[in-house]
Ligand binder design. Structure first.
Ligand SMILES: Cc1cc2nc3c(=O)[nH]c(=O)nc-3n(C[C@H](O)[C@H](O)[C@H](O)COP(=O)(O)OP(=O)(O)OC[C@H]3O[C@@H](n4cnc5c(N)ncnc54)[C@H](O)[C@@H]3O)c2cc1C
Ligand code: FES
Length: 281
């Protein structure tokens, strides 16, 4: 049996600065041993532990899609010890990834349904994975209408800006990009917080429509009542938690809420499930 604590060696193929504050970088990793790709088969919504020698490991959502072969991508916010060490690494450097870990958005249950993806700030990473996966021709035909509400503080803080423009131009996905504010006269999308744009643009909730929500706690707090108002049932609202973690495999007890281990039973839960556990997220 494979040791679950042993990272897979990967090489930084490309590191791209995403945002104007330069604090968010997307790392494209290629497998040092190509056969390791088969061990890292993931679904959109899962995460990995990024391991930097001598510094430690951090849980980060997988930003690439399972349909993108030969590499895996993560977008990392520079906040502390490990994320700063990672930001200081160079293309060509070797490090480790462990995973894939956790559960994923319930794609099987959502087949044939409409999907509303609601994201804010840098939590958009696993939502990018989801969108790229959904837009793959083989997958697109399995789902109904797709809406995306994605917001950031300013235009320069949006992730994946080239791809956002590409998705905006397509007619098989409804993009509602927004910023909290801007003085850019050329800004052609929405201005307003994610909850108000959701209220304006998202379809009404029904048995055939699911909402996937991922963002900072304040965005989630104000988006939830909007979804209630739009008629979404709590078992049709899917959320992803980012609790503090250590092992990522249900062994250390760092991440648990009540009897749930966020790393193993989550990080994806329906709002109905979250309503039945202590509010420690
Ligand atoms: C399932 C999951 C998915 C995640 N996905 C992403 C992602 O895609 N991109 C990304 O940039 N980050 C993501 N995070 C958050 C990321 O794991 C933390 O930012 C990271 O562990 C910080 O490590 P550090 O050593 O750089 O900081 P530390 O030196 O450990 O801490 C620096 C600061 O960050 C705070 N912090 C540390 N961990 C967390 C946490 N989990 N949540 C909130 N604050 C924290 C500390 O309180 C402190 O203020 C995810 C977390 C989880 C659990
Ligand atoms: S992080 Fe160790 S049990 Fe979840």
């Amino acid at each position: 049996m494979q040791n679950p604590y042993l990272p897979i060696p990967v090489r930084i193929d490309k590191a791209t600065i995403e945002t104007e504050d330069r604090n968010l970088k997307t790392f494209k990793f290629v497998y040092v041993n190509p056969e390791d790709e088969a061990k890292f088969q993931y679904k959109a919504g899962q995460f990995g532990e990024l391991s930097v020698t001598g510094k430690g490991e951090i849980p980060i959502g997988i930003a690439s899609s399972p349909t993108e072969k030969g590499y895996v991508m993560f977008t990392v916010n520079k906040v502390g010890l490990v994320s700063t060490a990672l930001h200081n690494m160079k293309e060509g450097d070797i490090m480790g990834i462990r995973g894939p870990l956790g559960n994923w958005y319930p794609w099987e249950r959502m087949e044939g349904k409409n999907i509303v993806i609601i994201g804010g700030g840098f939590a958009f990473t696993t939502l990018r994975s989801s969108i790229v996966m959904l837009l793959d021709p083989e997958n697109r035909k399995k789902f109904g209408d797709i809406h995306v509400v994605y917001g950031a503080r300013s235009p320069g803080m949006l992730l994946y800006r080239d791809e956002l423009a590409e998705w905006e131009a397509r007619d098989d996905i409804n993009m509602h990009i927004t910023v909290d504010g801007t003085d850019d006269p050329d800004w052609k999308y929405n201005v307003g917080f994610v909850p108000s744009i959701t209220e304006e643009k998202a379809p009404k909730g029904d048995d055939d429509t699911f909402a996937i929500v991922c963002g900072p706690p304040i965005m989630i707090k104000f988006t939830q009542p909007v979804l209630d108002k739009l008629g979404y049932k709590h078992d049709h609202i899917i959320m992803s938690l980012e609790n503090r973690m250590k092992c990522g495999i249900g062994m250390c007890g760092r991440c648990n809420i009540g009897k749930e281990f966020v790393c193993k039973d989550g990080p994806v839960f329906t709002l109905e499930e979250l309503n039945s556990i202590p509010k420690e997220y």
